[in-house]
Design a binder for this molecule. Structure first.
Ligand code: ATP
Ligand code: MG
Length: 174
């Protein structure tokens, strides 16, 4: 069997992209791999996953939250600045060769909203240290990202409690 750093993409419209990425990070950390998670777009440090990492997994998992807390409609400039800073951080972490796995949570939106140059970003990711696993999440993974990936999983909605009017709950959605 070949040992190879994988590019893993969790996409699709339904639930499970971020939680699966954190599950993957948990598994890796438990095996002694060094993990770095960078969260884009959504700036929120009180999610269950952020609290759990800080409280129990900080030795194995480094977490950076780079979102602006604003939406594209609210403040495009701040979203752009946060994306630039987040991507700069991600490139430094990827180049460092200090990690076995890097999770880029909600990264697809940097590409789909053209906050960063897609060709340059994909070239950078393809030329990463060979052992490095990268996990990317977010809706609407485009053809270039899918082409570059080794594993692409689509979370497809069969049922979602949202349709019954159930709002986001602590411990389930955040
Ligand atoms: P999770 O973080 O729970 O794994 P996710 O990363 O796949 O979810 P995101 O698009 O990042 O999903 O959205 C975060 C939250 O939005 C999800 O926890 C969630 O249940 C809700 N959500 C996901 N899909 C839908 C949908 N089709 N309709 C309404 N809300 C949704
Ligand atoms: Mg998500």
């Amino acid at each position: 069997m070949m040992k190879k750093g994988l590019l893993i993409v969790n996409t699709g419209n339904s639930k499970g992209k971020t939680t699966a990425a954190f599950g993957q990070a948990l598994r890796s950390a438990g095996q002694g791999l060094k993990v770095c998670i960078i969260q884009f777009i959504k700036g929120h440090d009180q999610t269950g996953e952020a609290k759990a990492v800080r409280a129990h997994l900080a030795e194995n998992i480094e977490l950076h939250i780079t979102g602006s807390g604003f939406t594209w409609q609210q403040d495009q400039q701040r979203v752009q600045e946060a994306a630039d800073q987040g991507w700069q951080l991600a490139r430094a972490k990827i180049s460092s060769d200090a990690y076995d796995m890097i999770v880029l949570d909600e990264f697809t939106y940097l590409l789909s909203y053209q906050l960063i140059d897609e060709n340059q970003a994909l070239d950078f990711i393809k030329n990463r240290p060979p052992r490095l696993h990268i996990v990317i999440t977010g809706r609407n993974a485009g053809p270039g990202l899918i082409e570059a990936a080794d594993l692409v999983t689509e979370m497809r909605e069969i049922k979602h409690h949202y349709r019954q009017g159930v709002k986001a709950q602590k411990g389930i959605e955040f």
